[in-house]
Design a protein around this ligand. Structure first.
Ligand code: ADP
Length: 218
């Protein structure tokens, strides 16, 4: 079902979110105070409107209250980001997602009612670091401070052994959620399924357990 999104602030992060949502066939209203940003993004969203989001009257006249999700992607100007979030909250916007500059900014945003605070640069940095230090890792998704999902390429060590023989859950405390081999994906591998060298394992677990498992695979 198509949802209605508004994205405020069309810097690199905001414009990228707006375009991705629009490409996924959602209705996207993009707002920026800078007319040049509006022109740059005209073709990537449903409507692009020049407005200052710290101006309550302007936001009201855009009917922002009726959007399912509003993303506040104002990067540098922390004051504008906080004021905008507060105005959206007071207007009754249900889901407000805000990009934060630092922990203190995030704390203030949660206090005034942001539904979710994101740190795109920090999260991407963590993700790329994981990909760099472990050559077998293809992807890394942080679920919380403690738990993650990683995609790891199996090594010769594991080849032609069943999940039962490898006993990964008992030895490492993490679970293999899926096995991928070229186009074939086994989404519920059973104990007797064999791992082949080069299979991609999608593994969920505590970060410390995943690290031990990654070291074993290498
Ligand atoms: P990024 O790091 O994602 O590129 P920036 O901080 O460079 O983010 O971009 C933020 C965008 O938000 C800019 O295009 C800026 O014009 C816009 N912006 C800043 N303040 C406001 C405001 N009060 N109302 C609307 N847009 C704003």
């Amino acid at each position: 079902m198509s949802k209605q999104f508004a994205v405020i602030g069309l810097g690199r992060f905001g414009s990228s979110i707006a375009k991705a949502l629009y490409d996924l066939d959602h209705e996207v209203m993009a707002i920026d105070v800078d007319e040049e940003k509006i022109q740059e993004n005209l073709n990537n969203v449903t409507h692009a409107v020049q407005a200052d989001s710290t101006d309550e009257v302007a936001l009201k006249s855009l009917g922002i209250r009726n959007f399912d999700v509003v993303v506040v992607a104002i990067g540098q100007d922390i004051q504008a980001s906080i004021l905008t979030t507060l105005i959206l909250k007071e207007m009754g916007v249900e889901t407000i997602v805000v990009k934060a500059q630092n922990q203190l900014h995030a704390k203030v945003l949660y206090k005034i009612g942001a539904s979710k605070v994101v740190f795109p640069e920090r999260d991407m940095g963590i993700r790329v670091a994981h990909l760099l230090v472990t050559p077998n890792i293809l992807d890394y998704i942080e679920l919380s401070d403690e738990y993650s999902i990683v995609e790891i390429i199996s090594s010769e060590k594991m080849a032609e052994k069943t999940l039962l023989e490898l006993n990964i859950r008992a030895r490492f405390g993490c679970s293999i959620m899926a096995l991928k081999n070229n186009d074939y994906i086994n989404v519920a591998p059973s104990a007797n399924d064999k791992i082949h060298e080069g299979d991609i394992m999608v593994v969920i677990g505590h970060k410390n357990d995943l690290r031990r498992f990654e070291e074993f695979v290498m």
